[in-house]
Design a protein around this ligand. Structure first.
Ligand code: AMP
Ligand code: ZN
Ligand code: FE
Ligand code: FE
Length: 273
């Protein structure tokens, strides 16, 4: 049977994995297909496709858009967008500009604690795209010896409620779904078992949501079954993936969670319909 890991992050967002590492691991796991689903950027898709061209591995375009409703993070996955779509490109640029400005504000706040040797340029240099985030700032804090671990950087300064935290402007999940659709893509709710906002599913489906990420690392079989039930009930597509981030997320790896290849065919079909 053919399998696909439909949720992989690269070093074009906050994963440590390069395109070469991703392709080698995916081939090693015997996967037929992977989706590159970075946070708020598609810049990593083509570099992975270029490496995969030398292997028997399909790489499909995806994205994980950050959105927010009532102060809670909701991640929306998109598949098979036309990454050259002008509306899509302009909106992603805008989202990335907001991310950079937010990190600048956090760097300013850190100065109140005597941390005065961090520049936005060096934080951005850690990332191969402009989709920069708190994990990159945490790496610099550790590298410069202000904290002894990435977790300490979050606990002391960067976590929500910590003194250098700055809220990020985010679109609503309804806007995220609309953006994906405008670019010809298929919207899927990421890790609903983590987000725990199932009551939103009917309204998200009304807004154009086409799938749920049912297969996710460390998810009990009973919970998986429950989401398979919701997929049936709302006539959706069941997708799945590892959410691998390399060293950034030690509790998962490429191939740890995967969907049957039929999910890829369903997504492709839905993007054409
Ligand atoms: P950002 O997109 O800049 O808000 O960063 C979000 C990322 O930071 C998440 O995907 C996590 O990897 C990481 N993160 C957020 N909160 C924490 C925390 N309390 N401890 C460790 N990592 C965190
Ligand atoms: Zn991430
Ligand atoms: Fe996510
Ligand atoms: Fe993710």
């Amino acid at each position: 049977m053919k399998f696909a890991d439909l949720h992989i992050h690269t070093n074009y967002s906050d994963s440590t994995l390069s395109p070469e590492q991703i392709v080698l691991k995916a081939v090693d796991q015997g996967l037929s297909c992977i989706a590159i689903a970075d946070h708020d950027t598609v810049d990593g898709v083509v570099p992975v496709q270029k490496v995969a061209a030398f292997h028997d591995l399909e790489v499909i375009p995806a994205i994980e858009l950050s959105s927010e409703l009532n102060n809670q993070d909701i991640h929306v996955l998109g598949y098979f967008m036309d990454c050259k779509n002008e509306i899509f490109k302009v909106k992603l640029r805008e989202i990335q500009d907001v991310r950079i400005k937010r990190i600048e504000e956090m760097i300013e706040k850190l100065k109140e604690f005597g941390i005065d040797n961090i520049t936005i340029e060096e934080v951005c240099a850690l990332n191969k795209s402009d989709s920069v985030g708190r994990p990159h700032l945490a790496m610099i804090l550790e590298e410069k010896g202000w904290v002894s671990s990435l977790q300490q950087a979050f606990n002391k300064y960067l976590a929500e409620g910590a003194p250098a935290y700055v809220k990020k402007y985010k679109q609503t999940p309804y806007e995220a779904i609309e953006l994906i659709q405008k670019a010809g893509g298929v919207a899927v709710l990421a890790h609903p078992m983590v987000t725990k906002r199932d009551e939103l599913i009917p309204s998200l489906v009304k807004a154009g949501l086409k799938g749920l990420e049912v297969y996710y690392p460390n998810c009990p079989k009973s919970v998986e079954k429950y989401y398979e039930g919701l997929v049936k009930k709302h006539d959706l597509i069941a997708t799945g993936g590892s959410d691998a981030h390399g060293e950034g997320k030690p509790n998962t790896f490429i191939g740890k969670a995967k969907a049957p290849y039929s999910a890829v065919e369903q997504l492709r079909q839905a993007s054409h319909g």
